[in-house]
Design a binder for this molecule. Structure first.
Ligand code: DX5
Ligand code: ZN
Length: 221
C-alpha cells in the first residue's frame, strides 16, 4: 500500500511566528515541511534561506524538511542548506548548468535529491538521471507564488512519470506542488502522486488537523 506524504508549504504560514505555526501543522498530522526558497531571479519572488531553516531546527522542528530551491545558480547554496538541516533538496533543471553535478552535490552533502519540473518542462530531462533521484516534483502551477489554481494538464504528466518510475524499479517519490486542495487531491493521487505539497489549502484554514484529516480521507485506498 502506498505511503502518502502530506507536506504543507510554509510559504503560506505566519512568518512572524514561523516556528510555532510549523510545529502546529506537524502536530496536526503533517509528515514533511515543504520549504520554498525563491530568489527574485529564477522566480519573481523572494522568500527564505538557510538561516531560517536553521532557526526552525533550533526551535525544535525534527520532521523532514523538503527544500524546494527556486534559485539560480543552484550549486553554491546546496552546502548551506545541508548544514542548516535540510533533509531533501530539489531544484529546477533549467536553473542548473550541470544537472548531474548538482544532484551529486546534494547527495554528497548527505541529503536526498530531486528534480522539479515546471508545467511546460518535458519529462525527458529525467531519463538519464533516474538512478540518482529520490524525489520527482511536478509543479502544477508556475513557480513563484502560493494560492494559484492547479493546472489540469499535470494529471496526464503525473501518469506519464508514474509509469517511468514504476518501469525504472527505483524507489522515487512522486510529489506534486501547487493548487492541491481537499477537493482535487483524490484525482491527483489517482494519477500517481504519493507526496502532496499544500500551502494555502492548509494554512488558510482555521483547523489544520481537520484539513489534513480530510485530505488523507480523500486519498485512502
Ligand atoms: C510555488 C511553491 C508552492 C506553493 C504552494 O512556487 O513552490 O510550494 O507555495 O502553494 P499552494 O498550495 O497555495 O498552491
Ligand atoms: Zn514548492
Amino acid at each position: 500500500m502506498t505511503e502518502f506524504i502530506i507536506a504543507p508549504s510554509i510559504l503560506s504560514a505566519d512568518f512572524a511566528r514561523l516556528g510555532e505555526d510549523t510545529q502546529a501543522v506537524l502536530d496536526a498530522g503533517a509528515d514533511w515541511v515543504h520549504f520554498d526558497v525563491m530568489d527574485n531571479h529564477y522566480v519573481p519572488n523572494l522568500t527564505i534561506g538557510p538561516l531560517v531553516l536553521k532557526a526552525l531546527r533550533n526551535y525544535g522542528i525534527t520532521a523532514p524538511i523538503d527544500v524546494h530551491l527556486m534559485v539560480k545558480p543552484v550549486d553554491r547554496i546546496i552546502g548551506d542548506f545541508a548544514q542548516a538541516g535540510a533533509s531533501i533538496i530539489t531544484f529546477h533543471p533549467e536553473a542548473s548548468e550541470h544537472v548531474d553535478r548538482s544532484l551529486a552535490l546534494i547527495k554528497e552533502s548527505g541529503c536526498k535529491a530531486g528534480l522539479v519540473l515546471n508545467p511546460a518542462t518535458p519529462v525527458h530531462v529525467l531519463e538519464h538521471v533516474m538512478d540518482k533521484l529520490d524525489v520527482i516534483l511536478l509543479m502544477s502551477v508556475n513557480p513563484g507564488f502560493g494560492g494559484q489554481s492547479f493546472i489540469d494538464g499535470t494529471l496526464k504528466k503525473l501518469e506519464t512519470v508514474r509509469t517511468m518510475i514504476d518501469q525504472s524499479g527505483f524507489d522515487i517519490r512522486l510529489e506534486v506542488d501547487g493548487g492541491v486542495k481537499v477537493d482535487n487531491i483524490a484525482e491527483i493521487a489517482a494519477a500517481g502522486a504519493d507526496t502532496f505539497v499544500a500551502g494555502s489549502a492548509i494554512f488558510n484554514t482555521d483547523d489544520y488537523a481537520n484539513t489534513i484529516t480530510n485530505m488523507r480521507q480523500m486519498i485512502q485506498q
